[in-house]
Ligand binder design. Structure first.
Ligand SMILES: [Zn+2]
Length: 140
């Protein structure tokens, strides 16, 4: 018998700041091919917030997601490995859209205990990385 579906944790009003940062970044998305603009914001343990948007390319496979752009910006601006405590993701169509598998793996690298808020079918949902990425890849 399969284990019960993971629970959706309550959205906290303290997450509003991160959501608003994601919304602002979303407006800068470069998505001429899909017309699907995504914005992400990450909160680091040291209190810094980084944002990213999706950036598409005529060679579709080169497109990169908002979440990874935010994380890579944080890495570029950090002397030490950044530690992600929370992530927020929004899209301009207002449809349910959780982080893709590649982004989940990258979030896990820098925030294995992070909570991730995104637009679900019934509004914003918040899940832990353990819920979003079961048995993620680790190189040890
Ligand atoms: Zn992604």
């Amino acid at each position: 018998m399969a284990k019960a579906a993971s629970k959706v944790t309550a959205f906290k009003t303290s997450d509003t700041m991160l959501i608003e940062n994601a919304r602002a970044a979303m407006k800068n998305a470069y998505a001429p091919y899909s017309d699907f603009k995504v914005g992400a914001a990450i909160l680091l343990k040291d209190g810094r917030v980084f944002t990213g948007c999706n950036v598409e390319n005529a060679s579709y496979g080169l497109t990169i997601c908002a979440e990874r752009n935010a994380i890579f910006a944080a890495v570029a601006a950090s002397k030490r490995k950044p530690e992600i405590v929370a992530v927020a993701v929004l899209n301009h169509r207002g449809v349910a859209c959780s982080p893709c598998g590649a982004c989940r793996q990258v979030i896990a690298e820098f925030g294995p205990k992070a909570v991730v808020s995104y637009l679900g079918a019934g509004g914003i949902v918040t899940r832990t990385m353990k819920e979003l990425l079961v048995d993620g890849f680790e190189l040890k």
